[in-house]
Design a protein around this ligand. Structure first.
Ligand SMILES: [Zn+2]
Ligand SMILES: [Zn+2]
Ligand SMILES: [Zn+2]
Length: 202
């Protein structure tokens, strides 16, 4: 017996601040992508299916902007879930995966975004470990430098995927990724010796 596999897509509406959480069948996603709209009608997340990858455009409830990302198809369609980070604030702004995981991440995201809005705190609620927090703030510093984060393909736009033990920087131009380990003190030391970061390109 097979049950149709679904993926849950969640983001925070920059306009009305509500959580937007919708299910889509993995089959439909792979075939034609998806558009997920907030019920207020003022924001929409789009997923365009390309050959073996997806191009996403994500309204960001953290900085109020809009971010694009390229994800390999299996990352979006398989596994517990994948978080996309806001390049401006280095915080998660979108989560796609299993329903339960997405609900949980979105709950944390909206709590933290409320805090952000009222206190201007940086996002320690998003990450469990101190090291991850340090790594994200170091990345923020690197990104603030001129050509701080760039790709060999020439693009300086990128998305961030935040996982429990690492962060991937994903070039918005070619989809290449650079993995930043974020589990130990050594990982942090290694990152801190970089003045800039360069994604290798595809
Ligand atoms: Zn809305
Ligand atoms: Zn943002
Ligand atoms: Zn690139």
């Amino acid at each position: 017996m097979t049950t149709e596999k679904t993926r849950t897509i969640g983001y925070l509406c920059p306009s009305c601040r509500k959580k937007v959480i919708r299910d889509r069948s993995a089959f439909a996603l792979a075939a034609s992508g998806a558009a997920v709209n907030c019920e207020c009608g003022r924001s929409s997340l789009t997923i365009d299916a390309e050959e073996r990858r997806f191009r996403l455009s994500v309204p960001c409830g953290v900085c109020g902007g809009e971010h694009s990302a390229v994800l390999d198809a299996n990352r979006l369609l398989e596994g517990k879930g994948v978080g996309l980070g806001c390049p401006q604030t280095k915080q998660l702004c979108c989560f796609i995966g299993e329903g339960y995981e997405v609900e949980r991440e979105m709950e944390r995201l909206s709590l933290a975004a409320d805090k952000e809005a009222t206190r201007g705190e940086d996002g320690e609620l998003f990450v469990d470990s101190v090291i991850m927090h340090e790594v994200l703030s170091e990345l923020k510093e690197i990104a603030a430098r001129e050509h701080g984060i760039s790709c060999a393909c020439g693009s300086e736009r990128y998305a961030m995927e935040v996982r429990p033990t690492y962060v991937d920087l994903i070039c918005a131009g070619c989809g290449a990724r650079l993995r930043i380990d974020a589990a130990t003190d050594e990982d942090l030391d290694r990152l801190c010796c970089h003045w800039t970061l360069r994604i290798k390109g595809k």
